[in-house]
Design a protein around this ligand. Structure first.
Ligand SMILES: [Mg+2]
Length: 301
């Protein structure tokens, strides 16, 4: 069932259209002049509009143009209604964005066929839009961990760093790496390794704040972005995550395993950090130092 708006100054045409479309189970809205039709199109957002071209005051061409110009109504398909007694320029209407036309008096079968075609096109268009939105979103994620991917992290940190500079906000970057993961993979196999990465992704998501951004940066490396967060607070959140990972029993293939992580924190503002690239590099240096000093710890740059 669809919602169809019929705009026509003839009460007879409105009645006939309502009868034919109503029989098909559609909900039919009626407007007797262009101005009312425009208002209804904007507030009711119908799936399809049948529009008479010859109307008193504001004519159908003007109505068509306005509907196609407004962002809220521009995607609603319009079928023009033309009659033999009222000569109308169909080409002009099509150029203004109408999808099709039907001649009055209606042939019931033809009206239904045209209405159905344009409803189907609209439905396909909508599902395509939704699919595109989903694909776009999926392209930002890492499938295994459910966290954002490397590319998205880079994109965001570049933007967010500029914003932090402009608005004098603090911004922290945390690099995080699983300790001795290579040895872990060699001992238990890559499948178990992947399970650990997946579980760790879930832990990270649970333990960082909703406003923070977390990404899988590389193999066993993760990266976090903490907004409006100076180094002291970033350290505390990182330390909380480090402890939680250390205590967590990773269940994989009937094994109950433990892992530890090392973390490096770098925060803006900092005299040595002037761009996003350096922010990442400094977090990386701190991570390296955490490894050097014996792992399973958080170091602030
Ligand atoms: Mg008319």
């Amino acid at each position: 069932m669809a919602r169809i708006l019929v705009i026509d100054d003839s009460k007879l045409i409105l009645h006939v259209a309502k009868t034919i479309l109503g029989k098909q189970g559609h909900q039919v809205l009626l407007a007797e002049d262009g101005k009312t039709g425009l208002q209804d199109a904007a507030t009711e957002h119908p799936d399809l509009i049948l529009l008479d071209l010859i109307l008193p005051e504001m004519d159908g061409y003007q109505v068509c143009q306005r509907i196609k110009k407004e962002a809220v109504t521009s995607d609603i398909p319009i079928i023009m209604l033309t009659s033999r007694s009222e000569p109308a320029d169909k080409v002009r209407g099509l150029k203004m964005g109408a999808s099709d036309y039907v001649t009055k008096p209606f042939d019931e079968g033809e009206l239904m066929a045209r209405v159905n075609i344009h409803l189907q096109i609209r439905e396909l268009h909508e599902s395509l839009k939704e699919r595109n939105r989903q694909l776009k979103e999926m392209a930002n994620y890492n499938g295994l961990t459910g966290l954002y991917n490397h590319r998205y992290f880079q994109e965001m940190i570049s933007k967010d760093f500029q914003r932090a500079v402009r608005y004098h906000e603090s911004l922290s970057c945390v690099m995080l790496d699983i300790d001795h993961f290579k040895k872990f993979n060699d001992t238990y196999g890559h499948q178990t390794g992947d399970m650990v990465l997946k579980i760790l992704g879930g832990l990270i998501k649970k333990l960082v704040r909703d406003s923070d951004l977390s990404a899988r940066y590389g193999g066993e490396e993760f990266a976090l972005l903490m907004y409006h967060t100076a180094s002291k607070k970033a350290f505390l959140i990182s330390e909380r995550l480090r402890k939680a990972v250390e205590q967590h029993k990773f269940q994989a293939d009937n094994l109950s395993l433990t892992v530890t992580i090392s973390m490096g924190v770098a925060s803006f503002p900092h005299p040595e950090i002037a761009d996003a690239k350096t922010l990442i590099e400094c977090a990386d240096k701190a991570l390296y130092q955490a490894k050097e000093e014996g792992r399973n710890r958080v170091i602030v740059f």
